[in-house]
Design a protein around this ligand. Sequence first.
Ligand code: URA
Ligand code: CA
Length: 433
Amino acid sequence: MRMYDLIEKKRDGKELTKDEIHFFIDGYTNGDIPDYQVSALLMATFFQDMTEAERAELTASMVASGEQIDLSAISGVKVDKHSTGGVGDTTTLILAPLVASVGVPVAKMSGRGLGHTGGTIDKLEAIPGFHVELSNDEFIDSVNKNKVAVVGQTGNLTPADKKLYSLRDVTATVNSIPLIASSIMSKKIASGADAIVLDVKTGTGAFMKDYHEAKALAEAMVSIGNHVGRDTLAIISDMNQPLGKAIGNALEVKEAIDTLQGNGPSDLTALCLELGSHMTVLAGKADTVEEAKKRLTENLNNGKALERFKTFVESQGGDPRVIDHPELLPQATHKIELPATKSGTVSEIIADDIGTAAMMLGAGRSTKNSEIDLSVGIVLHKKIGDTVNEGEPLVTIHTNDSSIDTIKEKLYASISVSDHAVEAPTLIHSTVR
Ligand code: URA
Ligand code: CA
């Protein structure tokens, strides 16, 4: 087999066979096929797309390129959740104990934040003592005992994806649905889940700004999952503004605790209930989404979800007193309010720019190796559609540096107040299965 022939075939819009796809992925992973030939194939794929069968084979071959996590020692259907990324997305901290509280086993691997988006692992580390490195046996025991454990990424999962993603980054081939879908799904599948719930974001703060593109990505991922034997479902949700009100690590832990007590922001609560209900049904712990939602809502209100969060925190070495005493979480020295300069209705909160402002405060990493400050971040007091009076605070900035004029300007520039009535954006657009 020659790479040249594969490039020519894809250039001319023909379908690659399973063997050809495995030849290319294996050859690229072990260094036999050079970057320039793979670049050409990626660009041909960008223009010619891939069939559903090709997408599934590409994913399967990327999964096979590295280690795979074996979760078979955990009883029950293991359901994972993945979000395509947003700002202030605190859902995993809430969902993991919430669905565990109705018996869904959650064995989750999460990542750290980069750029304007935060990572679950960083957020968990804001809880004093919490550790995210568990041995494989500890991880499995923890899930069997408490139904929930969250660890940092370990092992050499999907090396083909790592290499391809870096190459796509410098060859203008990131933004291709078959390539994004296979990249995301290969990582989920290699992490061992039996079933997968995807939260595909759309809106100004999302990777897929346009609803139709988000839907095409969701359909592509659901098709791949089902092709490779993992029950997969996607919802398409709004990212026209940050999710919830808190952006920043310790601040989001506090927001998660509030939500688990039934006092969370309405959008964050609704999204967690929606994702959680689908996870519960896929895990076979409820027959219908309605029934699942009812039980999850009960557990937010009767303290069971919060109780599960406490067990989860304790079992990974964290200080459970943070639940009743959030002041034990890292605290910033200054809390600076930004007052509205006019009265009206909030019409825009540019999620990416709020995320970048939080990063500039130190809540996120500008490069992979930057240090982060777990205490800092931003709390929104208003969301799109809320009315505000001149002088009322729009946001509170939690910072350890009092000279933050550029950040204040950035925040003012990213929040618009209109004289006209504005509706809150629709939170959940559709479900793809
Ligand atoms: N996220 C991924 O993991 N892969 C992509 O290709 C794009 C976004
Ligand atoms: Ca949030």
